[in-house]
Design a protein around this ligand. Structure first.
Ligand code: SF4
Length: 283
């Protein structure tokens, strides 16, 4: 069987570039949505905030500086080709080194602590990252990397609904989560919804949903319709840009699904702020 050899340094370099890129250059889907919202936002203050966000993102791009002070905890979704062999180290160590170099050389804030409850000592290089790996056929590694701010992460929620709740139950839970989040997650936000699988799979799907372009829809028209309905209803809540009131509370709602057990219907809502940072590269 033929294998493709990829050097560990190439993975490190790719992760480093993706993380610096996503912290300095917001995706065109977010830029387009902010520009569009600037035209449709009903509140004067809301329009001013949207202009400031657009200007902020432009400065970050022009000067290659982070677009938000919270440069997040690193999350990666990796499609790992089953014909790839890494030369010169393990995949995990190569990724960790990429995170370390990006946050040091890119002057990105180090926001990770070593223990969640007791020690809470800053690891000083933003490691470790959260790595979601899927083994796929092929000889490539495709990495999507992002930095997740916790102002919005802290507003996320999961619920183990039973099937009798149906589509209405899903919609109610998503809206309830966004309503409780209120102005806290730095709106306008991107709402990622994961439905199905198990407890942890739903949460992972919700995160993956926030990493999908908001210019795409779920391929199943029923879920695409649910995405649009949720977006419309969230934008009627009135929190608005920066939570100062207005008609632009969310820029997009993305839903990802997975088959589940006959007795369950897990739903997770991962809220992401307007600094929805993620970039993808194939090696
Ligand atoms: S929630 Fe997002 S925009 Fe707000 S401080 Fe955190 S990273 Fe920045």
């Amino acid at each position: 069987m033929d294998f493709r050899v990829i050097k560990a340094e190439k993975i490190t370099e790719t992760v480093k570039e993706l993380l610096m890129d996503c912290n300095y250059n917001i995706g065109s889907d977010i830029t387009n949505a902010l520009e569009k919202a600037k035209e449709t936002e009903k509140s004067e203050v809301g329009r001013q905030v949207l202009c400031q966000l657009i200007e902020n993102n432009k400065i970050a791009h022009d000067e290659q500086v982070p677009l938000c002070q919270d440069t997040g905890m690193v999350v990666l979704f990796v499609q790992y080709g089953d014909k790839v062999v890494i030369d010169g180290g393990s995949f995990k160590n190569a990724v960790t080194e990429g995170v370390r170099q990006a946050y040091k050389e890119g002057y990105l804030r180090k926001s990770v602590v070593n223990d969640p409850v007791f020690d809470r000592i800053n690891t000083r290089d933003n490691t470790p990252a959260i790595i979601h790996t899927e083994i796929v056929p092929g000889e490539k590694i495709v990495i999507t990397a992002g930095g997740k701010g916790f102002g919005s992460e802290n507003m996320s929620a999961i619920k183990m609904l039973t099937p009798s709740y149906g589509a209405e139950g899903v919609i109610d839970f998503v809206l309830d989560t966004v309503r409780k989040a209120g102005p806290n997650p730095c709106p306008p936000m991107v709402v990622g919804v994961g439905i199905g699988g198990t407890f942890e799979k739903a949460a992972q799907l919700a995160k993956k949903a926030t990493f999908r372009s908001i210019e795409t829809s779920n391929p199943d028209p029923r879920y695409a319709e649910m995405e649009q309905q949720l977006l419309d209803r969230i934008n009627k809540m009135g929190f608005g840009p920066a939570g100062l009131g207005g008609t632009t509370t969310a820029l997009g709602v993305n839903i990802e699904t997975y088959p589940t057990h006959i007795a369950g219907m897990p739903v997770a809502v991962n809220i992401c702020c307007h600094a929805a940072r993620h970039k993808t590269a194939a090696i």
